[in-house]
Write a protein that binds this ligand. Structure first.
Ligand code: AMP
Length: 113
């Protein structure tokens, strides 16, 4: 989608520190990390937000969770990790392309935010 930051990153028009890519999704390190390990996994298809996910997107969303589990193993995140998808203003969503934050490397507080 035009003027979407993450669509431009996926297309290679804006540089990113790529971690993983396949036909459905793209993973890259967050530019402003909030934990020792902080990367984002995004679907290649443009979906505005978690609130815009439909049954048609079930396969890609499930696939992304499997990719996250695979990357967590590769990065040896044995002590655990947190996956967060912000939706809308109150949640603090700033980029309007569905993305899953994966954070690790320190104990995470609860409740989040
Ligand atoms: P959210 O606030 O949930 O919408 O998350 C958006 C995330 O995208 C933030 O954690 C930003 O630091 C991150 N971000 C913004 N621009 C870039 C970029 N060019 N490369 C990597 N991460 C980015």
């Amino acid at each position: 989608m035009e003027n979407c930051l993450f669509c431009k990153i996926i297309a290679g028009e804006i540089s990113s520190e790529k971690l993983y890519e396949d036909e459905l999704c793209y993973a890259f390190y967050d530019i402003d990390p909030q934990a020792p390990v902080h990367f984002l996994v995004v679907p290649k298809q443009h979906i505005e937000a978690p609130a815009a996910v439909t049954e048609q997107d079930a396969a890609v969303v499930g696939h992304i969770y499997a990719v996250i589990a695979h990357l967590a193993k590769e990065l040896k995140l044995e002590k655990g990790y947190r996956v967060i998808a912000n939706s809308g203003e109150d949640a603090g969503q700033t980029v309007h392309h569905l993305h899953f934050h994966v954070m690790a490397g320190r104990p995470m507080g609860w409740p989040a935010g």
